[in-house]
Design a binder for this molecule. Structure first.
Ligand code: HEM
Ligand code: FES
Length: 353
């Protein structure tokens, strides 16, 4: 949001959050080094550098599993929303950890030969003939490149320059990078003799990340209904929309619409696409009478789709009307920030709350 919107700035809460996060990261790395160092008898024990390299990889992997779980968890339970608002800081911290792991690996394993370290990552390792010999490091390298692109464009400046849709598409590559990291782990650490990382780790990770995404898609509290295109379409069972919560309406071939029901049982419809980074407004809730984006907390007035002054963001609004007791939505988007009356379902208000 413009004019220094507090929740996405570096406020006191974020500082406390960052301190706790980094204390936890340092503790996890230290614990990993101590435990894995102590678990191998002295003559066979790996060097301190290798222990740190591995601990950085492991800690990065754990962070990635947390980061990818926050979205679906917040969808299932709004209590996780504060973690969602701070996810960007965790993402950048994660990148610093895996960058250190990657650079360490590049120089420790590839820095002393005749080839430059990057060429060496792609040429020096294994064959494609047996799983245990598969060159797993290039997979980590490509994943790291994707994470670099994401971290480098994480600031709102890049969102504005690239446009929310392109930016979001770019950041969806995190799932490609995650798949590459799973393979990096499965074909690397798991093939080592003796294996340091238990075989079940990638499977548990996949079930955790994939399972949460599936559960939140099908059982999440997102109220989504699909309608055919047409000038006016009926909003099914509007009484079921809870007060202060949204419903996402998917109209064939059009941008999604978010319908909200206020505490006064008035209904209003605005675009589902947040102006910040295209977050799904209909999955958010109303805080202090304002529609609040679930991703980073940008807010919009239901009356006209505009952010409250002094902010300047505006989303498209849509007309609603009541006919024969049914709530109808006009599928033509009005220009962003256009006021239109909120409507009430006369005599039909249920006890939904
Ligand atoms: C330039 C990029 C990368 C390179 C060259 C690289 C290289 C390596 C190497 C050589 C190992 C084996 C270490 C050993 O057995 O002594 C390893 C393990 C590992 N890497 Fe990477 N890696 C890269 C990127 C990544 C990324 C982006 C992640 C993301 C989380 C990652 C996660 C891991 C994990 C979890 C392990 C297992 C650590 C253990 O054995 O406990 N790596 N990597
Ligand atoms: S507040 Fe960031 S996408 Fe809506």
């Amino acid at each position: 949001m413009s004019h220094g919107y507090v929740p996405v700035q570096w406020n006191q809460n974020k500082k406390v959050y960052d301190i706790i996060l980094w204390l936890a990261i340092v503790a996890a790395i230290a614990l990993n080094v101590v435990v894995s160092g102590a678990s191998v008898p002295a003559p066979l024990a790996p060097s301190d550098e290798i222990l740190v390299l591995r601990a950085l990889g492991d800690t990065g992997f754990i962070l990635l599993n947390i980061i990818l779980a926050i979205g679906p968890l917040a969808r299932l339970n709004k209590g996780f929303l504060p973690l969602l608002y701070n996810r960007r800081h965790m993402g950048v911290s994660f990148f610093i950890i895996v960058l250190a792991h990657g650079i360490f690996a590049l120089f420790w394993y590839h820095g002393f030969g005749v080839q430059d370290p990057i060429t060496s990552v792609f040429t020096s390792q294994g064959t494609f003939e047996t799983v245990s010999d598969y060159p797993f490091q290039p997979l980590g390298f490509v994943a790291l490149l994707i994470f670099f692109l994401m971290a480098a464009t994480s600031h709102d400046f890049w969102n504005a320059v690239l446009g929310p849709r392109f930016w979001k598409g770019l950041h969806m590559l995190v799932y490609v990078a995650y798949a590459l990291v799973l393979l990096h782990l499965a074909l690397g650490a798991l093939q080592a003799e003796p294996s340091r990382v238990p075989n079940w780790v990638p499977f548990v990770s996949l079930v955790w990340v994939g399972g949460l995404h599936l559960i939140s898609t099908f059982a999440g509290k997102v109220d989504l209904s699909k309608v055919d295109s047409g000038e006016w379409v009926e909003v099914s069972d509007p009484q079921a929309i809870e007060r202060g919560v949204g419903r996402v309406i998917e109209i064939k071939g059009q941008e999604r619409v978010a319908i909200f029901r206020t505490e006064n049982d008035e209904f209003g419809a605005i675009s589902n696409v947040c102006r910040h980074q295209a977050g799904p407004l209909g999955e958010g809730c109303m805080i202090d009478g304002l529609v609040t984006c679930p991703w980073h907390g940008f807010q919009y007035q239901l009356e006209d789709g505009a952010s409250p002054p002094p902010f300047e963001e505006k989303v498209a609004t849509y007309e609603l009307k009541v006919e024969n007791g049914s709530l109808l939505l006009n599928t033509t988007a009005l220009p962003p920030g256009t006021p239109r009356p909120l409507v009430k379902l006369a005599n039909q208000i249920s006890e939904a709350s």
